[in-house]
Design a protein around this ligand. Sequence first.
Ligand code: ADP
Length: 459
Amino acid sequence: MKIGIKTKLMLWYSVLSSLIMAAFFIFIYLIYSRSLLEDLRRSLEADAQTASYETQIMWEAVKLTTDFSQRQTLILIYTEDNRLLFGTPPEHASLPVGMAPPGTYQVGTREESWLVCDMPLFRLQYTGWVRAIKPVAPIQGALHNLLVIMILSLPVFVLVSAVGGFQIAKRAFLPISRMVQTANQIGKGDLSKRIALEGIDDEIGELADTLDEMLDKLEQSFLREKQFANDASHELRTPTAVIMSYAEEALSGEKSAGEYRKSLETILGESKKMKEMISGLLLLARNYERGDSLEFERIDVSLLTEIVLEQIRPACREQDIALSADIQRGVYAEVDQTLLMHILMNLLENAVKYNKPGGSVNASVRRDGAEVVFSVADTGIGMTQEEQEHIFNRFYRSDQAKAGTLGHGLGLAIVRWMVSMHSGSILVKSEPGAGSTFLVRIPIQGPAPPSIGTISQKD
Ligand code: ADP
């Protein structure tokens, strides 16, 4: 059987408070019985003393001025040789013969008992002793009543504390119930639901706020992924459609060898484009693995830049673009070589691709404090402020880029992720028609240890 946490709390609360109450009752009972017995003893001793002073004996006739029966005290007067001169001892009390040592003692059974106090007579002319007796029964009656009240009130108390405990637990767990409710709704697919606890300024309120924040992030990331999948399928549809239409056209009837060749070339071109796009997409999709497989090592980044520059040189020559470099020698940094080469290559390719014939590209590397700064500047088509704001988004291409060059708009999104893997930053300065400069800053000491939320994708 499943016992809810509220019931468990209520049970604990009731058991604990009942135990405390029972212990309190026992304590009260003991204190009360002790004090009643003490009062009885004191009043008995006072009566014995009064009797011992005021007893008058004449020819063995005893006279007492105080009426002790009103005080429920029985007075017995004995001669020196223990002969009873006055009073009748209680029927069932087995009293000791002769005067007991001074002090009070109890005689009788559990059902019927008495307090007894023996004392010598204080009249000089007589020798003898007095015995004062009080029944304990009235005290036992009072204690019995107290016990009954306690026993009867305990279950009432348990009941009240159980109901109270349950109410308290219910109130305390109200926010938790809200959280469970929200989690159920989210589980059914409504990611927009929030716990939204207002006016609860304690640990539970804090937990609810944290969960809400986490849900915000999850929802955003879910929407981003959805958008990514939409964009990817949309972008892949175009080359697929081109391939299909060329293939259908080629198969639709007899064609010349030249026409077949043209169709196949187009199909090959589109397939290459798709392959590139799929590789890019896979790379971006994997960036959520947080680069665990990356290998950071201290390398000469000046040398690495020079190697990449040599690789781009033929393309520059082909497009009549002057390539220059401004490289500080011997700059070392903790980087992933493959990633850094990819970053530089991508920026250089763009600088060539979006350049004008007769234009130039300049690459530079320098150390700036604890960072290495790479820059790739071109004298190409440049970008408006609005375009600059979107170029790092997946699949974004400016209208001018779409019209003039091949591409799929994933390059800079990948570059930005790679820079972030190095705990670096990337920024662009550009003027439409005048050219663009990309600046990448990477810490020399390598990336900061990963922590939750270091990778952020805006689009
Ligand atoms: P792609 O080059 O495949 O279009 P990128 O992600 O590399 O994708 O670039 C995104 C967009 O940013 C480009 O389409 C272009 O509009 C713009 N861009 C990138 N680099 C440059 C540059 N050096 N000069 C002008 N525009 C650029």
